[in-house]
Each structure stands twice: as C-alpha cells, then as structure tokens.
Ligand binder design. Structure first.
Ligand SMILES: Nc1ncnc2c1ncn2[C@@H]1O[C@H](COP(=O)(O)OP(=O)(O)OP(=O)(O)O)[C@@H](O)[C@H]1O
Ligand SMILES: [Mg+2]
Length: 213
C-alpha cells in the first residue's frame, strides 16, 4: 500500500478514515493490524480485498495495480476472508458452507466434499461435525468452519477481522496456531485485525492505525 488514503463517499471533504498508509505484506508472514475502534481497520481490509475502490494512492498485488486488475477474480481466487461474526449460512451445514464457497470461486477442485472434509480436519474439526447445521456448532467451531471456508480455494492472502474476539484464551491460541501454520508452513500472507495483546505477541509484524482527526 503506497500513500493510501480513503474517505467514505458520504464523508466531508477532509474526513479521512485512512491517511497516507504505507504498509507492506509478504507471503510467509503473519501480521496484526491494531488500533482503536473506528480507526479504520475493517475499512483497510476492505481496501486490500478489493471491495472499496475509490481510494487515493496505490495498492499493488504482485507488482500489479489493484485498480487495473479484475477484482472479482482476485477476490475469488487470491483472497480468503474470515469475519468476526463468521458470516456462515445458518441453514446449511458445515460441509455445505465450505463447498458453496468453492462453487462461487469457480476454482477447479476434483472432489469438493472430500476437500472440504480435509480442510475441516486441518483446522481441528472432526468429520462427524460436517453434517451439522452451523447454528448447532459452538462459537469456536463456527470460527474454524469460517477459516476452513476461507481456505476452500487455496488463496494466497487470508484476511481475518477480529477472528478471536469472541473466544477464550485457549481457543484463541488454537486458532492462532492455525493462522501461524498457514503463514509459516503453507507460505500464505495472513493479516489479522485484533484488539488482543495475545495475538499481537504471536505475529511477525504489527501495524497500528491511528484515528484520523
Ligand atoms: N460504509 C460506511 N460509510 C460511512 N462511514 C463508514 C462506513 N463504514 C465505516 N465508516 C466509518 O469509518 C470509520 C472506520 O470504521 P471501521 O469499521 O473501519 O473501524 P474499525 O477500526 O474496524 O472499528 P472497530 O474496531 O469498531 O471494528 C468509522 O468512523 C466508521 O463510522
Ligand atoms: Mg472493524
């Protein structure tokens, strides 16, 4: 991100949420973005994920300007997102949530159900939870399903918005183990928005957003 500034379209002329952001992210590393509520953390993730386009400055991905890329393809292949509220479809079971994400992405997967179960296992979910509707899973289990889903098309970048905000310390540590493995062993770039000192202690690099104004 080079000199990136952003204000929402309904904001006044000088009301920037993000001002002159110069952050770099690499594969193989785990990052934390921290900052007070309202400092623009979620906004920053939406810029990185190509959801907000009217920013000033430049965002490059693999030396390519995001503004010149096909952002639908980028979002469906290169970026995986984990939301704090999980954003799973409640009327579907865990397996169906993951398979649906593969369907949307259009990335070729030979046996989607098999792959989904493999992903569930990789985040510590046993196969017998696959057919359970997500509302009947615990918060920590739902978060794992959300992580498995974000991995369904094997993206390079994982963006997680307060992924452990609702979890106890032990479960937070287990979720962090997964993110650390994805960065350090699977060579992904993992960016976690967090308020947790425990998370910050475990990442490779921390960026702190200051509230504008
Ligand atoms: N769609 C929107 N339109 C206008 N203003 C917005 C919009 N979304 C967020 N904002 C404003 O932008 C600022 C940054 O919001 P953002 O959600 O990025 O903060 P945050 O750091 O993620 O906060 P939190 O820790 O509470 O999640 C806030 O002042 C917010 O009110
Ligand atoms: Mg936020």
């Amino acid at each position: 991100m080079k000199d990136v500034s952003y204000r929402y379209s309904d904001a006044k002329k000088d009301e920037y949420v993000l001002k002159n952001i110069n952050y770099g992210f690499n594969l193989g590393k785990l990052y934390a973005i921290k900052g007070k509520s309202g400092s623009g953390k979620t906004t920053l993730l939406s810029l990185i994920s190509g959801l907000e386009k009217k920013y000033e400055g430049t965002i490059l991905y693999n030396s390519k300007n995001l503004k010149k890329m096909n952002l639908d393809t980028y979002r469906n292949t290169d970026i995986g997102i984990v939301f704090q509220s999980y954003n799973l479809l409640p009327h579907l079971n865990a397996l169906e949530n993951i398979v649906l994400s593969m369907d949307i992405s259009k990335v070729k997967v030979k046996n989607k159900k098999e792959k989904a179960i493999e992903l569930m296992k990789s985040v510590g979910l046993s196969e017998n939870l696959a057919k359970r509707r997500v509302l009947k899973l615990s918060g920590g289990e739902q978060q794992r399903v959300a992580i498995a889903r974000s991995l369904s098309y094997n993206p390079k970048i994982i963006l997680a918005d307060e992924p452990t905000g609702n979890l106890d310390k032990e479960t937070e540590d287990e979720i962090l183990d997964i993110f650390a493995r994805l960065a350090h062993e699977e060579n992904k770039c993992v960016i976690i928005v967090t308020h947790s000192a425990n998370v910050c202690n475990r990442v490779d690099e921390i960026y702190e957003l200051k509230k504008e104004k």
